[in-house]
Design a protein around this ligand. Structure first.
Ligand SMILES: [Zn+2]
Ligand SMILES: [Zn+2]
Length: 293
């Protein structure tokens, strides 16, 4: 099994002098996000991905699997920066629901990269990751749609053989010459879908009505407050959730069929409807320092 851990902040400069450009472009792309120049950041990252591709070809020629795999991880880092740019771009126009997919993409990219590095402080991976997880918590999504299916034909993404074929020597989730081995599902039978709390893939959510004129009161108010209060993306923050006691009369206009304000995820009618006071979760966002590379 391939258990090598990588240092993605360093390349063999003698063998690949052109590839140092990669780190310069990561820096530019990162700074562009902070300047809210999202399209500029995406353009720079696309350029960076092309150099990663060149690095991979050169590394394979040199019989250097380590550097070929590094090229994959650095390419994924550019994908991460692109996803963060697209996320913030949509958030700026308050399209929080559409932005969610890019936040999930970014989280997937960063978790994959973190699994391969020997030290997750490289290129601020740990800081960016915890930042994205905190943003995820500001979303009002608690249940996700999970699709159930039977996979009939599963092949290896690298050798294209069936994953049950003993001649396939690849392990799903490992890197081989700059490629990630994945199980490719060829034929599926759809069974149904269900609502779950902790799916592997959180992309499928139940869409809510988002009234852009009432963002302060709607379900997206917490993420909206963050967007309003951070000067630019990539600023770290602390999230404290406390409980605030409010008189029942505060919720007189609250529909009895909507979710209870106490956060129990039950219907209001079936929860605190008859209480004199209601404890509701109160989010305090404390803006901290900006994340540096
Ligand atoms: Zn294989
Ligand atoms: Zn309640």
């Amino acid at each position: 099994m391939n258990m090598i851990k990588y240092n993605i902040s360093k390349l063999d400069e003698k063998k690949y002098p052109f590839a140092n450009e990669i780190f310069r472009l990561i820096k530019y792309s990162f700074e562009d996000i902070k300047k809210k120049n999202y399209d500029g950041s995406i353009g720079t990252s696309i350029k960076g991905k092309k150099i990663c591709e060149r690095l991979k070809i050169k590394a394979i020629k040199n019989q250097d699997e380590y550097s070929a795999n590094l090229s994959f991880l650095l390419k994924l880092y550019f994908d991460l920066l692109i996803a963060i740019s697209k996320f913030w771009k949509l958030c700026e126009s308050a399209d929080y629901q559409d932005a969610w997919t890019y936040l999930q993409d970014a989280l997937n990219y960063i978790k994959t990269i973190k699994g391969f590095v020997n030290d997750s402080s490289q290129l601020s991976l740990d800081k960016i990751c915890s930042h994205l997880i905190k943003i995820e918590k500001l979303y009002p999504y608690f249940y996700f749609i999970s699709v159930e299916m039977i996979c009939k034909k599963i092949t290896c993404s690298i050798c294209k053989k069936s994953v049950f074929d003993p001649n396939c020597e690849h392990i799903s989730g490992e890197l081989y010459w700059g490629e990630l081995a994945l199980e490719v599902i060829g034929d599926i039978e759809f069974i149904g879908s269900s609502l779950v709390e902790n799916p592997v893939d959180k992309r499928c959510v139940i869409l809510m009505n988002l009234d852009k004129n009432k963002l302060e009161e709607g379900p997206f108010k917490t993420i909206h407050i963050l967007m309003r209060n951070s000067k630019h993306p990539l600023i770290d923050f602390d999230l404290n959730i406390t409980k605030r006691k409010l008189p029942r009369s505060f919720y007189n206009s609250w529909s009895e069929n909507s979710l209870c304000p106490c956060g129990s995820r039950k219907k209001f009618r079936e929860c605190c409807y008859d209480q004199e006071f209601i404890l509701n979760p109160h989010y305090v966002i404390k803006i901290k320092d900006e994340i540096k590379l």
